[in-house]
Design a protein around this ligand. Structure first.
Ligand code: FES
Length: 320
């Protein structure tokens, strides 16, 4: 019996019972990489299964071993070890030229999912120090860096405790995601708990360190939102360097920026707030006009009003 197999973006090829995907593609003239000659050892023949995964034969013993070692997700199969048992299977070759081969098959490869890229629902967390510049201007360079290291250590401690992943830093701010290893409800709760811990630890740091030694205190702004984003590694040389992109990321960043306007240190979207099993007391609810969103965006204020004077002046400007 013969089935049709769709090599997405290339051609549909016939594949006979007993024939592997690799044999079928080579017979059809597709230049399919197969460095080990189809022994299930090199992984250069690997394909991403887009449709009809249940119509493939189960992984052979060599494929099972290599999938475990390389941490391949279920939808990545070795073409030389897989046969097709029905119509409606669509695959995509992952290694189509020498550059692909360099990207996918090198000694630093650890997690195929991050290389392929995937769509995930995550909690997105932005934090920034309010009014850091005055401290920079009046302090010695050594003190600026030392204090930043103390504050970042405080951030990192809370983020690690709640299983967050730092994606990016910019000046005195951080962009973090929660949910790479958990479901979205738990991820949202973790993001909120990490944020509340940072606010509480920062209060202690201000009282026990900053005020006595520097006669200065810091405040921060935190924004949290949830949404479906693209997660992957764009390969700038750091194998663990994840990139997380998508419109929800822009919203989370905007919520962080809005903390000053709303005069509250922690702003969370109402969408995220509704996911919390035990939501913290929200001192207020507000609406923001966001670029690309037609209706005002509902947010909850779960932090504290700022103590600094200029924040009060800026407060409550959004709806005016
Ligand atoms: S050709 Fe080497 S693993 Fe398939």
């Amino acid at each position: 019996m013969t089935h049709n197999l769709n090599f997405k973006g290339e051609k549909v090829v016939p594949v006979r019972d007993g024939q592997t995907i690799l044999q079928a593609s080579l017979d059809a003239g597709i230049p399919h990489y197969h460095a080990c000659g189809g022994k299930g050892q090199c992984t250069t023949c690997r394909v991403l299964v887009l449709e009809g995964q249940d119509k493939l034969t189960p992984p052979t013993a060599p494929e099972q071993i290599i999938k475990r070692v390389k941490k391949f997700p279920d939808n990545v199969r070795l073409a030389c070890q897989s046969q097709v048992k029905g119509d409606g299977v669509a695959v995509q070759r992952l290694i189509r030229d020498a550059v692909d081969r360099h990207i996918f098959v090198d000694e630093t490869e650890e997690n195929m999912t991050s290389v392929i890229g995937e769509s995930r629902k995550l909690a997105l967390f932005f934090i920034d120090i309010r009014d850091f510049t005055p401290f920079v201007e009046k302090s010695l360079p050594f003190d600026v860096i030392h204090v930043m290291r103390r504050i970042f250590a405080l951030y990192k401690n809370a983020i690690a405790q709640y299983d967050g992943e730092i994606i990016d830093t910019a000046g005195d701010g951080l962009y973090v995601v929660f949910g790479l290893n958990s479901k979205i409800r738990e991820a949202t709760e973790s993001a909120v708990l990490a944020g509340l811990k940072i606010l509480s630890d920062l209060r202690i740091f201000n009282n026990t360190y900053m005020r006595p030694y520097f006669n200065h205190t810091f405040e921060v702004g935190i924004g949290v939102h949830v949404g479906r984003v693209i997660v992957g590694n764009v390969g700038i040389g750091l194998s663990q360097n994840l990139t997380v992109m998508g419109f929800p990321v822009n919203i989370a960043a905007r919520l962080q920026a809005a903390t000053k306007e709303l005069n509250n240190s922690f702003v969370i979207s109402a969408v995220a707030y509704r996911l919390l099993r035990k939501p913290p007391y929200a001192v207020g609810c507000d609406y923001l006009n966001l670029k690309g969103v037609s209706t005002p965006y509902e947010v909850k204020l779960i932090g504290k009003p700022y103590e600094s004077k200029d924040a009060a002046v800026l407060a409550r400007t959004i709806q005016e």
